[in-house]
Design a protein around this ligand. Structure first.
Ligand SMILES: Cc1cc2nc3c(=O)[nH]c(=O)nc-3n(C[C@H](O)[C@H](O)[C@H](O)COP(=O)(O)OP(=O)(O)OC[C@H]3O[C@@H](n4cnc5c(N)ncnc54)[C@H](O)[C@@H]3O)c2cc1C
Length: 450
């Protein structure tokens, strides 16, 4: 292969570029990114980055270097400090030089010409290539209806900059729509900033499909225990606005271009059951969809992501996929760790021209909320039983195991990182037998149905 093009300049894309070089690819390496930024880390966007006042130094900041701002393509208008950039950047100038990649940033790929072996860019450019790594991630779902200033999704650095500016400019009433992990983390950070926070969740309880009812209840109590209202079992009918444009307010704090400046400003959320919640800021966290629109005319199979085998190889062996956009067999993970593990496997198969390696590590996810760390690993099935093996919800620290036919399928921890890590390792080594329940431990509860 003389040229490989990576589409998506974020976590999985960067790890693919690294893997290509590490596995001996010394040809032309092109990385295409829709965002203007070099790869940066998304998890802090709902946590430390959002909590930190614009301009304040990051906790992890060490020596500052202008190259960090350069790599994220920051400008003064971004209100992102160099220490923000240091905390978020996934690579540095030295690594960039070693990778020797051509970065085409700020323009999305618009198509794949498989006959002509080229990636087409939205600005009309055409990159002739022998191999392609698809790493375009996912895009937040939005609510139907007209645009409203003060309504945010949280996926990109630009999203986080706009939301942070508004929160730190004094938003008092925040409504978070969707109680999944992103919504939960955003709610936690807003509460930490002193806002009056309400989460609206359409399901009877958030996170039941992921965690089962018993453990989902443990997570729900984190919200209520920290003064965040959790309204479940009702959808959103409409986002209300009082008719004033964002430009009339003059204090939105959002940099130009990050909100629809003439859109009327949100003032409330009307629920399907008729209730009306006042809101200065609304955060929409109702999930994401894989970013595959640009592949619609390609021969690739697209079904909730780019369909791949367990090695990330698509229907075309010169095209592989990794990260949030990729469906490996039955599973499409939206986890940081999968996006860092899958690229090396996918790239190996791309360079070999066939599937010689498979990604088999169990999915792993963490989330930080209200000062607590949540961790989940493995493949929980809807009929698995769950048992608390250590600790308790009352202690604010527990390890729970999900079991099927006497074997552990998944593990959950709340503030119990060490035993969780041991169990995660055992899960990675094959399905471990369930340990005997300790004396006095609660009996296994049947897994909740989603
Ligand atoms: C706020 C937030 C907090 C998170 N916290 C956690 C956490 O605590 N724990 C955890 O495990 N995971 C967390 N995640 C998930 C984790 O960040 C993702 O799983 C990871 O970013 C996926 O990486 P990716 O490279 O596959 O996709 P992405 O990071 O989405 O990157 C895809 C890139 O491709 C670009 N792109 C899209 N379409 C095109 C196109 N047509 N052409 C060119 N480029 C394109 C996008 O603009 C984007 O830059 C969090 C995510 C968010 C948003």
């Amino acid at each position: 292969m003389r040229t490989v093009t990576v589409v998506g300049a974020s976590l999985a894309g960067l790890y693919a570029a690294r893997a290509l070089r590490a596995q001996g690819f010394d040809g032309r390496l092109v990385v295409i990114g829709a965002e203007r930024h070099r790869p940066y880390d998304r998890p802090p966007l709902s946590k430390d980055f959002l909590a930190r006042a614009p301009g304040a130094p990051a906790m992890a900041a060490g020596a500052r270097s202008p190259s960090d701002a350069d790599t994220l393509a920051l400008s003064d208008a971004d209100a992102v400090t160099l220490s923000d950039a240091e905390a978020l950047s996934l690579s540095d100038a030295d690594e960039d030089a070693e990778l020797a990649a051509e970065w085409l940033l700020g323009t999305p790929a618009a198509g794949l010409d498989t006959a002509g072996r080229a990636v087409l860019l939205a600005d009309g450019r055409r990159i002739t290539t022998d191999g392609v790594v698809i790493a375009t991630g996912a895009t937040p779902r939005t609510l139907p209806g007209p645009p409203r200033a003060g309504v945010h999704t949280l996926r990109t650095l630009d999203d986080a900059v706009a939301l942070r500016a508004e929160l730190h400019a004094g938003a008092r009433k925040v409504v978070v729509i969707g109680g999944g992990f992103i919504g939960a983390e955003a709610a936690s950070t807003c509460a930490e900033l002193g806002a009056d926070v309400t989460i609206v969740e359409a399901a009877p309880l958030p996170l039941v499909p992921q965690l089962g009812r018993e453990i989902a209840q443990v997570c729900a109590r984190l919200h209520t225990g920290h003064g965040v209202r959790l309204l479940c079992g009702t959808g959103v009918k409409a986002l209300r606005a009082d008719g004033r444009g964002d430009g009339d307010r003059g204090d939105s704090g959002a940099p130009p271009g990050t909100t629809t400046r003439r859109a009327p400003r949100v003032t409330g959320v009307e629920l399907a059951d008729g209730r009306l919640l006042g809101a200065d800021t609304v955060i929409v966290g109702i999930g994401v969809r894989p970013a595959t629109d640009w592949l619609a005319a390609s021969p690739l199979a697209l079904r909730d992501g780019v369909l791949c085998d367990q090695g990330g190889v698509t229907a075309l062996r010169q095209v592989v996929a990794a990260g949030d956009v990729a469906r490996y067999g039955e599973l499409r993970a939206e986890h940081w760790t999968s996006a860092t593990e899958q690229p090396a496997v996918a790239v190996r198969n791309l360079l070999a021209g066939t599937t010689v390696a498979r990604h088999t590590a169990p999915p792993y996810f963490w989330s930080d909320q209200y000062g607590s760390r949540i961790q989940l690993a493995g493949h929980r099935g809807p009929k698995d039983t769950v048992r608390i093996a250590e600790g308790s919800p009352e202690e604010g620290s527990l390890l729970a195991v999900y079991e099927r036919d006497g074997e552990i399928t998944a593990a959950f921890a709340l503030n119990r990182p060490r035993p969780f890590t041991r169990l995660r390792r055992r899960l990675g080594a094959g399905r471990p037998a369930a340990p005997a329940a300790p004396a006095g431990a609660p009996a296994a509860a049947p897994g909740a149905t989603p």
